[in-house]
Design a protein around this ligand. Structure first.
Ligand code: PLP
Ligand code: CA
Length: 302
């Protein structure tokens, strides 16, 4: 069915909002764009709260922990509780600690990623290595090839490789991750976004950082961010919502809107302030079509 255009349609907005008790919000491209708050974000969230709607902020950004995100909300002047944030680093950490439950002596996670992942693993008491370890921020030296090959540089406790966005990705880290995968480690990714938007353009995303490992090992990682339903199940496990009364709001069709559709939510709402354009879902053969769309989130104010 064609998506309903809600900007300027007060009656349409009221009817749409009445269908939902819970709103899952993507963050970047919906609430803000990089470090720039989008118009009327705080007022819109406040309006939804005043109508008794439950809000959950669901981000694929694994470079930040939920605590980091709370600080970002504070900086942006948007009221939010840390418990309302659900990031892909947290999703991966609880998947490992509560579902995968890797057993000693192979219970350590090798991280290809930033401190957001490390913080969330630490909160779940999951041991890890790699990550922001400064000794890995260097070129591969001839002895590294030998020491990886003979295993002396490998931590024998590693049983999981977790990839996210790593701003310091290099051949040494990729080679270590690959060695662990070849030794049978479980392959996880916080998210597999191909690109990472900033206010001006796109950069390679977490999926592009992990792609060399997928190519080398010949199998995909299990992703724990949008659109993976492992993340939806984890969110539902925590917030116990009725999917038919829940709406996913996002700017990206192949992560956010797909996430809501695959999760059989009651509806999806696309905003045009981020990655996807309306031509992407209005085309006759569009693979992913939201229930409704707005020029920007603030248009929900009517
Ligand atoms: N991954 C990283 C590293 C990011 O910085 C961002 C956006 O800031 C994203 C993913 C996408 O985040 P979201 O799911 O909130 O759009
Ligand atoms: Ca987004």
């Amino acid at each position: 069915m064609a998506p309903k255009y809600l900007t300027g349609d007060k009656a349409g907005i009221d009817e749409f909002l009445s269908r939902f008790d819970v709103f899952l919000f993507d963050c970047d491209g919906v609430l803000w764009s990089g470090d720039h708050l989008l118009p009327s974000t705080a007022e819109t969230l406040e309006m939804l709260r005043s109508k008794g709607k439950q809000l959950v902020f669901v981000t694929n950004n694994s470079t930040k922990s939920r605590e980091d995100y709370k600080k970002k909300f504070d900086k942006m002047g948007i009221p939010c509780k840390v418990e309302e944030v659900f990031g892909s680093a947290y999703s991966a950490a609880i998947y490992i600690s509560r579902i995968l439950k890797p057993q000693a002596p192979k219970n350590k996670v090798f991280v290809l990623g930033e401190s957001g992942i490390e913080q969330e693993l630490a909160t779940e008491n999951v041991p890890y290595c790699g990550g922001t370890d400064p000794s890995l921020r260097r070129d591969m030296e001839p002895e590294d090839y030998t020491n990886i090959a003979n295993g002396s540089m490998l931590d024998p406790e590693v049983g999981v490789v977790l990839t996210g966005l790593d701003f310091h990705v290099n051949y040494l880290k990729l080679s270590l991750a690959f060695a662990y995968l070849r030794n049978g480690a479980t392959f996880l990714a916080t998210n597999t976004d191909s690109t990472l938007p900033n206010s001006h353009t796109l950069f390679p995303g977490a999926g592009s950082v992990g792609a060399p490992l997928v190519k080398a090992i010949g199998r995909e990682a299990l992703a724990l961010g949008k659109p993976s339903q492992a993340m939806m199940d984890a969110i539902e496990g925590k917030f116990q919502f009725d999917r038919s009364r829940t709406c996913m709001v996002g700017d990206r069709l192949n992560t956010d809107i797909q996430f809501g559709i695959e999760g059989k939510l009651g509806g999806t709402l696309a905003v045009l302030t981020g990655v996807s354009r309306k031509e992407d879902f209005l085309a006759e053969d569009a693979p992913t079509v939201p229930t409704a769309y707005l020029d920007k989130l603030g248009d929900l104010m009517g």
